[in-house]
Design a protein around this ligand. Structure first.
Ligand code: GDP
Ligand code: ZN
Length: 306
């Protein structure tokens, strides 16, 4: 085989068993299938590919080491990877459906553990004046946790430019409860719903793909956003106490001042975190999320065999 037939590329769409790959060398999109059953590429992956003589399909022969993965438990409780190599996790909430801030905190904790940047986006600002309680929570994410917070509306276009600026240059994914407006916002950012369809027909396989899993959409100002139906009403499992602590940046930072290096910020004496909660420097709500996530992690590790 000609040396030039062995190339690398990036997965830009996944279907049931076939993929679309953007070749690094030529900016060309090709259809590909996976060689063997051991590799499982997802959107965002860098893969090695080779052309198959006399066939339009290419063959994916390997997946490069990942910077990180966004996962969820599948129906059998195993880890399913939704996307890889993410730079930014955009966690979305809205006035309706009623915000579940614990889900927001779980996504933020997942982002911290993935070493990805994270931002909080509150969509549908056209609907109503934000309740003072909501404003307080958003201000807390902004000022105490130092996450970028953007209030926007896919409907009115309010602040979508700030969101576009935040996404520029990153590979992002938008997560959050079903119905908050993820698809609507993504459509606005990429320049219309038809862009998704166009993206899927970039390669030859137009119309032949039935079950689309996810697609990586280029943003007009650079960077891209992964659109996957896999991110609905779930949040990644955080499985150990150290991961939970790492997941709350303001708590992790204060934890360095606790009397005990291995303080879990529950009942230990000399705990700087409990002290900060008492003095309203860490919000009661975030601390409750933290405790709830710790107890979930404990349940998980108790169920784990061995
Ligand atoms: P997803 O499940 O998070 O992808 O949410 P969708 O994008 O499907 O939106 C759910 C519903 O909210 C749809 O009926 C949208 O039209 C509506 N929606 C999305 N964004 C906005 C917004 O900014 N303002 C209003 N009023 N409705 C919105
Ligand atoms: Zn402590």
């Amino acid at each position: 085989m000609d040396h030039d037939d062995k190339l690398t590329g990036r997965i830009t769409a996944t279907f049931s068993r076939r993929m679309q790959v953007l070749l690094d060398s030529s900016d060309r999109y090709v259809d590909a299938r996976i060689k063997g059953k051991t590799i499982k590429p997802v959107c965002g992956d860098t893969v090695s590919v080779e052309a198959i003589p006399d066939e339009p399909d290419w063959l994916i022969t390997g997946v490069a080491a990942r910077r990180n993965e966004l996962t969820r438990p599948d129906s059998r409780g195993r880890r399913e990877v939704l996307a890889a190599n993410l730079g930014l996790i955009v966690v979305m909430a809205a006035p309706e459906p009623k915000p579940d801030w614990f889900i927001v905190d779980r996504y933020l904790a997942a982002a911290e553990n993935m070493h990805a940047k994270a931002a909080v986006v509150f969509n549908k600002t056209d609907l109503e004046l934000l309740a003072p309680a909501t404003e307080e929570i958003l201000a807390d994410y902004d000022h105490r946790c130092e996450y970028p917070v953007i209030r926007c509306s896919a409907e009115s276009g309010d602040n979508l430019a700030s969101l576009a600026a935040l996404l520029r240059g990153h590979t992002s994914i938008v997560v959050g409860q079903s119905g908050v407006g993820k698809s609507s916002v993504i459509n606005e950012l990429v320049g219309g719903a038809e862009q998704r369809t166009a993206a899927l027909s970039r390669s030859r396989g137009e119309g032949r793909h039935t079950t689309v899993n996810s697609v990586l959409l280029p943003l007009p100002d650079g960077g891209d956003v992964i659109d996957t139906p896999g991110v609905r009403d779930y949040a990644p499992a955080i499985e150990s106490a150290p991961e939970v602590i790492k997941g709350f940046r303001e708590i992790e930072q204060l934890g360095q001042k606790c009397r005990f290096a291995n303080c879990r910020h529950m009942r230990e004496p000399g705990c700087a975190v409990k002290e900060a909660v008492a003095q309203h420097q860490v919000s009661e709500r975030r601390y409750e999320s933290f405790r709830r996530m710790l107890s979930l992690a404990r349940d998980l590790s108790a169920r784990r065999p061995g």
